[in-house]
Design a protein around this ligand. Structure first.
Ligand SMILES: NC(=O)C1=CN([C@@H]2O[C@H](COP(=O)(O)OP(=O)(O)OC[C@H]3O[C@@H](n4cnc5c(N)ncnc54)[C@H](O)[C@@H]3O)[C@@H](O)[C@H]2O)C=CC1
Ligand SMILES: O=P(O)(O)OC[C@H]1O[C@](O)(CO)[C@@H](O)[C@@H]1O
Length: 402
């Protein structure tokens, strides 16, 4: 295992996957932190401990490469991770494991914090970098459930749990640029916005590329309900049309009409809710489309559509803008078509897809839509989703699926 330099500030980052290596871990290392990547993947940990560096490839016209140094891998299921968390050199805990895994990493974080308290380790900040609203506060609740009242009182005083918005498209790496299994390809754009009102003490050293804000809700809703909403609908419609990659889906005019329509509907809702300038929001949407269309990304519709039940849950990228639009009495026809397409995402390697399709086969689409989205049968919204689902199902049968 690689070692930090004497007194080097440390960060423990859970999840050495695409966002971990290609975004958050890379920024932390560039900013002077020794990054301990905590993961469960034994092969990945071996690679992290046998390479001194890896490359982050910027997937731009003229490809550029950044080298990442100063990291090690540690098993998130072993004692070493709590020890790192307890170390006075550790200033940050970050995560990029997926929302469903937050509960699983909470015991190791709680154990580390208990040790830290006893060792007088002091102030530390936790930032979960997952695509969801209030992700770090969700992690905090899991961590608190493993601590005593006394430990929780110390935690409230010493440990910051700050929500954030994390935005960079990082597809699965390919052999086109990956020379070693740690190399990763990323889009050039990145945005990491952290709620400064929930931090304890300054982020020290400051993390290059991290923006601090006191109005995170607007940032995260704009990002999740625009970029992630549009990306997910592109993926689900692409799947319905039998396409493999996001760029192929974007080249289809019918799909684009729905994606643009959905972002128009969601955009009108966001403008009302957050008082965004409508023209500026349009520019934001155009920038999002330019990012999606990057031909160098070679992104799979199956990656972008992964875990459809999470994406169909209340407050996530599909229902979030739909509910806000309805609150303001705005149309949701294209959003409803995106939601309908999600119910046709039949991918055998995705456990949530298997569960969803199984439930549809068991109780029928009408009930499944009501159960997963909370949109009641007989409502206008429900009717729109079912109508679109039935049309898309015919389309899916016509194109035939892999
Ligand atoms: N890939 C992307 O473009 C973006 C992803 N995100 C978010 O980042 C998070 C991670 O996404 P990706 O990096 O794409 O996924 P990924 O699948 O590439 O990486 C997840 C990593 O977490 C590890 N992991 C699983 N269980 C673990 C555990 N118990 N302890 C420690 N590590 C564990 C996996 O082994 C894997 O290395 C997700 O919440 C995603 O929504 C956010 C913005 C962009
Ligand atoms: O599917 P998840 O886990 O939300 O993450 C993938 C999403 O994150 C992004 O890569 C960037 O936010 C989107 O492009 C994509 O929709």
């Amino acid at each position: 295992m690689h070692e930090p330099q004497a007194n080097q500030p440390q960060a423990v980052h859970f999840g050495a996957g695409n966002i971990g290596r290609g975004f958050i871990g890379a920024l932390l290392a560039e900013s002077g932190y020794f990054v301990v990547f905590a993961d469960v993947d034994k092969n990945l940990l071996k690679e992290l401990n046998s390479h001194d560096s890896y490359e982050v490839h910027l997937l731009t016209e003229k490809e550029q490469t950044e080298e990442v140094h100063s990291f090690a891998g540690a098993s998130s299921q072993k004692e070493e991770v709590p020890h790192f968390i307890a170390s006075p050199h550790t200033r940050l805990i970050t995560t990029a494991v997926g929302p469903a895994i937050l509960e699983k990493i909470a015991p190791a974080i709680a154990k580390g914090l208990k040790e830290r308290r006893l060792a007088g380790g002091g102030v530390l900040n936790v930032i979960a970098c997952e695509n969801m609203v209030h992700q770090t506060e969700t992690l905090k609740k899991y961590v608190q459930s493993h601590l005593s009242d006394e430990e929780n009182a110390w935690l409230s005083d010493q440990i910051g749990f700050a929500n954030c918005s994390v935005d960079r498209i990082v597809p699965a790496p390919t052999s086109r640029y990956a020379k070693n299994p740690l190399d990763v390809g990323v889009e050039e754009f990145s945005e990491w916005v952290v709620d400064k009102t929930l931090l304890r003490g300054p982020i020290d050293p400051p993390v290059q590329g991290m923006t601090l804000t006191d109005s995170l809700q607007a940032y995260i809703e704009r990002k999740l309900f625009t970029l992630n909403c549009g990306h997910a609908i592109t993926a689900y419609l692409g799947f319905v049309y039998g396409l493999e990659r996001v760029d192929q889906a974007l080249a289809n005019e019918e799909i684009m009409e729905d994606v643009r329509g959905a972002l128009r509907e969601g955009g009108a809702a966001l403008v009302k809710r957050h008082g965004f300038d409508a023209e500026e929001h349009e520019r934001y949407v155009e920038h999002v489309f330019a990012r999606f269309a990057n031909p160098k990304l070679h992104d799979d519709v199956e990656r972008v559509g992964r875990q459809p039940l999470r994406k169909l849950s209340k407050g996530d990228r599909l229902l979030g803008p739909t509910v806000i639009a309805r609150e303001y009495g705005l149309p949701i026809d294209h959003l409803a078509r995106g939601i309908a397409a999600a119910f046709l995402f039949d991918v055998k390697s995705d456990p949530q897809s298997v569960q969803m399709i199984g439930r549809i086969n068991e109780v029928g689409i009408e009930r499944a839509v009501a159960e997963y989205t909370g949109i009641e049968g007989g409502s206008e919204e429900h009717d729109k989703i079912i109508g679109a689902y039935n049309k898309f199902k015919l389309k899916g049968n016509l194109v035939g699926h892999r």
